[in-house]
Write a protein that binds this ligand. Structure first.
Ligand code: FUL
Length: 474
């Protein structure tokens, strides 16, 4: 159906037609991010809990050597482009001096009650060129108005306003769906439409996360990986957040083919077993190899990579986490900084007249950079073949494909063949591509790679092909 619709629109307008739901302009820079850190920090860091009760005395929050610049340096060294801080977790403790609550840093001994973690982190981010985002939990186990309806919704909107003004620009706002009981034993009915409106008004460029977006969705697990098939489009009608009938986990993991809205997957995972720092988990930090695997199954599976790295009681990222991030970055660079497709000859079965020449697919930039040019097969085509030839054989174990997502997501089946001893043999099959698909294969030495796009929702189109080799032993 997609092909017919596309053909009809091209006939009318003379330019390649988009397919299905499309990303909003605010989502495109988000798609370009290589990864971003999640920072869970608050009373739980000091009480050794994951979910605080909300009745912890403010005096427990007292980091001895908090240095947001140290966090940012570690994240930057990991290659990340941004940070999202738990401005308020379920215990209701505010890491900034909120006028809406007494359960805040202002009532703590830290910096004699004059501290503001949002201020310190957002300033460190601005200095280092990292984007800054906030997690603000609607579930608040401390606030006396939680569970009263509009009274608390008003408090939450005011808190949103506080964190979205005065700290520079916000790239993402993270809405957790949890909705438990408050201090008075009652549950709150959240007014999400009005919360979203505040974000749109104050930070129109920010993407909003929740189970159903509107701008990015939970991937259905907290292990940091998206499905083999992963559509950025999702059917959201009839679904809500958290307790309010979220889409099934399988749908979140894989998205929906021809889904009604562009709500790409965000893959969140912690570098440690817990979200908050616990002394007992210092020896259980994920290894660079595990982190790299998760990165390829999130960033490389048409999703984003959101890695939680929680500061310790000093208010510093622990040495073990810093070392793991460094090792992770080395693997990413060693694999993706060098693109074996650079300088190779690329030929295609046929091209749409208005699209860029196929050479744009291997234009000499590295595997992580981007470009606006894209190649498209002629309107009416439902299959296309792209061949990459080398004068001297190369050994590869990764093929990276990217679609021009401003025209929607269309590819649903890909076959990769390599020529070995003069004959092509299939080395991989994949389903969706989207913004980026990394296809991992057994190392193969070849002088020609043939990529067949076998099934699409519109004329096959690609903006980039990368060919890589990891230093990791298989
Ligand atoms: C969940 C929360 O309940 C966890 O504590 C954590 O913040 C995680 C990222 O989201 O819903």
């Amino acid at each position: 159906m997609g092909v017919i619709v596309a053909a009809a629109i091209v006939a009318q307008t003379g330019s390649p037609a988009p397919v299905g739901a499309l990303p909003e302009p605010r989502q495109l820079p988000w798609h370009e991010m290589r990864g971003y850190a999640f920072v869970h920090f608050g009373p739980n860091t000091f009480t050794d809990r994951e979910w605080g009760q909300g009745d912890e005395p403010e005096s427990v929050f007292n980091p001895t050597a908090l240095d947001a610049a140290q966090w940012v340096a570690a994240f930057k060294e990991a290659g990340f482009d941004g940070v999202i801080l738990t401005a308020k977790h379920h215990d209701g403790f505010c890491l900034w001096p909120s006028a809406q609550s007494t359960h805040t840093v202002a009532s703590s001994p830290w910096r004699e009650g004059k501290g503001d973690v949002l201020r310190e982190l957002s300033s460190a981010c601005a200095e280092a060129g990292l984007k800054f985002g906030v997690y603000l939990s609607p579930w608040d186990r401390n606030h006396p108005l939680y569970g009263t309806g509009e009274g608390y919704n008003e408090v939450f909107r005011s808190q949103l306003e506080e964190v979205l003004t005065g700290y520079g620009s916000t790239f993402e706002v993270w809405f957790d769906g949890a909705c438990g009981e408050g201090a008075n034993g009652k549950r709150q009915v959240y007014d999400f439409p009005s919360f979203r409106q505040v974000v749109r008004e104050l930070q129109p460029g920010a993407v909003m996360f929740s189970d159903v977006g509107p701008d990015c969705r939970w991937v259905g697990n907290e292990q940091g990986h998206a499905g083999e098939t992963n559509w950025a489009t999702l059917n959201v009608s009839g679904h809500g957040i958290g307790n309010d009938r979220p889409p099934a986990a399988a749908s979140l993991r894989s998205g929906d083919r021809l889904g009604e809205r562009w709500v790409p997957a965000e893959c969140d995972v912690s570098i440690r077993p817990g979200w908050f720092w616990h002394e007992a988990e210092n020896g259980r930090v994920k290894s660079p190899r595990v982190l790299f695997d998760l990165f390829e199954r999130s960033w490389g599976h048409n999703g984003s990579f959101l890695l939680n790295v929680p500061p310790d009681r000093r208010g510093l990222i622990h040495e073990n986490d810093v070392a793991a991030l460094r090792g992770f970055r080395e693997l990413v660079d060693a694999t993706y900084d060098h693109d074996l497709a650079d300088g190779a000859r690329v030929t295609v079965s046929a091209s749409e007249a208005s699209s860029s020449p196929a050479s744009c697919l291997v234009d000499g930039s590295t595997g992580i950079s981007t470009g606006d040019a894209y190649w498209m097969a002629p309107v009416g085509a439902s299959e296309a073949t792209i061949t990459i030839d080398w004068v001297d054989a190369v050994t590869l174990d990764r093929v990276q494909l990217r679609e021009p997502i401003h025209l929607g997501q269309r590819i649903e089946s890909v076959r990769v063949e390599a020529r070995v001893a003069g004959a092509y043999r299939e080395i991989a099959k994949a389903t969706t591509v989207g913004n980026r698909r990394v296809i991992r294969v057994e190392p193969v030495e070849t002088d020609s790679l043939r990529i067949t796009v076998g099934s699409t929702l519109g004329p096959p189109a690609l903006r980039r092909i990368g060919v890589h080799r990891t230093p990791l032993a298989p």
